[in-house]
Design a protein around this ligand. Structure first.
Ligand code: PMP
Length: 435
């Protein structure tokens, strides 16, 4: 039918009929708000309503919207060039970014792949691990071990390491690779570590790695904070033990820090809560301050030398928009902004305010738990909460919140002030009361 008769539809109506949104019904899509302008922590809608973005646009806009330094960096780069292919060519924005990342990330990291989204960064990490094992003669090590309730992306291989029940495994059963799952680490971040492998989850990890050691290329997990799988915070000691087991059974360790990187947890990276680090780390989301899509996969000389040591000797990945200069310029500006301020105090202040103000939610009959870590605050409900119902209350609350599963949560921009954050916590509590 083409667009005949539709061209004159107002944007919201056209959107409803033709634009597909994330995880939405392709025929009868949910209601969407039309954003006309965004500034600081605020989204300005077409009907004149202003909402505090308590989601930081899916956890990425850490410095807020329309930041003059971020805007200037992108405008400067656009006047030079917006994109060039990365095969055989390079440019200063990419070189500067890799330099900044390697300076920020402690440990043995020395090589960086600039991917075009978080899911792709994870795909690249998994390819690195598999190619490494193949190159050093471990051809059978081509599977991955992960923990339940994790989330690593929506592309094919990343789906295979998302939680098998809450992820999309059942939908794509038969065509997704089958990986190994162990239970979520049972000891929470705030609880005391128990040195008993049958209680702290390490026993199950050890047994699976031991049994499947000929098949497991790498263990992949979100360190300390499991995000989209349920906003659960677990004890960092699990990761120290996991590192030792990976070394014992010849598996690489991949940390997916796409959600946790760049200060969100109160540490620059979640790995900083531990005594160890991974062999491969994925970064994304806040990397560009939420301005443009870019992610990075970092690895060590050991992995790089392994991959290079056997035919074809190259890492088999190369997207068209790899290392996009505009995105690199945004990332460089974002990292400079982060480095030029006391982000840690800001995030830790957010944490203490979230802890204090969300506490009252525990008195509500449908609330089971409340937790906060860094710039993440969560009210966990007894039941699954409808994002669409929450949506319909957002304008009345003046706050943009999009719960998932049983979690009503916030990950606000780091620039949020006390008053604005109080408005967010009140909105979360009101949702917990009403949904
Ligand atoms: N890994 C983690 C831990 C994530 O939270 C996400 C996104 N929520 C991804 C990977 C995928 O990133 P993207 O949406 O940029 O593909």
């Amino acid at each position: 039918m083409g667009l005949t008769g539709l061209a004159g539809l107002p944007p919201s109506e056209f959107d409803h009929k033709h634009v597909l949104h994330p995880y939405d019904n392709p025929i009868s899509s949910g209601n969407t708000f039309l954003v006309k302008y965004a500034e600081g922590v605020h989204l300005h809608l077409d009907d004149g309503i202003k909402l505090i973005d308590a989601m930081s646009s899916w956890w990425s806009v850490i410095h807020g919207y329309n930041h003059p330094k971020m805007n200037a960096a992108i405008k400067e780069q656009v006047d030079e060039f917006s994109h060039v292919m990365f095969g055989g060519l390079t440019h200063e924005p990419a070189v500067d970014l890799v330099r900044q990342l390697l300076e920020l990330k402690a440990g043995d990291f020395s090589k960086v792949f600039l991917a075009d989204s978080g899911s792709i960064a994870v795909e690249v990490a998994m390819k690195m691990a598999q190619q490494y094992q193949y190159s050093i003669g471990n051809e059978t090590k081509s599977k991955f071990l992960t923990i339940r309730s994790g989330y690593h992306g929506d592309t094919w291989r990343t789906m295979s390491v998302c939680d098998p029940d809450t992820g999309m495994h059942h939908l794509f059963k038969g065509s997704l690779p089958v990986e190994y799952f162990v239970n979520q680490p049972p000891i929470a971040f705030d609880d005391e570590w128990i040195d008993d492998e049958s209680l702290n989850g390490v026993g199950e990890l050890r047994a699976t790695l031991e049994q499947e050691q000929d098949k497991v290329a790498a263990v992949i997990l979100e360190p300390v904070v499991q995000g989209a799988g349920g906003m659960y915070f677990y004890h960092p000691e699990y990761l120290n033990q996991c590192r030792a087991l990976c070394d014992e059974y010849g598996a690489l360790l991949i940390f997916d820090e796409i959600a946790t990187g760049f200060g969100r947890t109160g540490e620059l990276f979640s790995a900083d809560f531990c005594d160890i680090d991974a062999d491969i780390v994925c970064l994304g989301k806040a990397l560009t301050g939420g301005y443009l899509t870019l992610a990075a996969t970092l690895t060590t000389d050991k992995v790089a030398e392994g991959i290079a040591s056997r035919e074809p000797g190259v890492l088999m990945h190369g997207p068209t928009f790899m290392g996009n200069p505009l995105a690199c310029a945004a990332a460089n500006a974002s990292l400079q902004l982060l480095g030029s301020q006391d982000w840690r105090s800001k995030v830790l202040n957010i944490e203490s305010q979230l802890r204090a103000e969300l506490q009252v939610a525990l008195e509500l009959p449908n609330v089971t738990k409340v937790r906060a870590l860094g710039g993440i605050g969560v009210i966990e409900m007894k039941h699954v909460v409808s994002a669409n119902q929450a949506h319909s209350l957002c304008k009345h609350l003046g706050v943009w919140l999009r719960p998932f599963g049983k979690c009503i949560y916030t990950m606000p921009p780091y620039i949020i002030n006390r008053q604005q954050l109080t408005k967010v916590t009140h909105a979360m509590i009101e949702l917990a009361e009403r949904l």
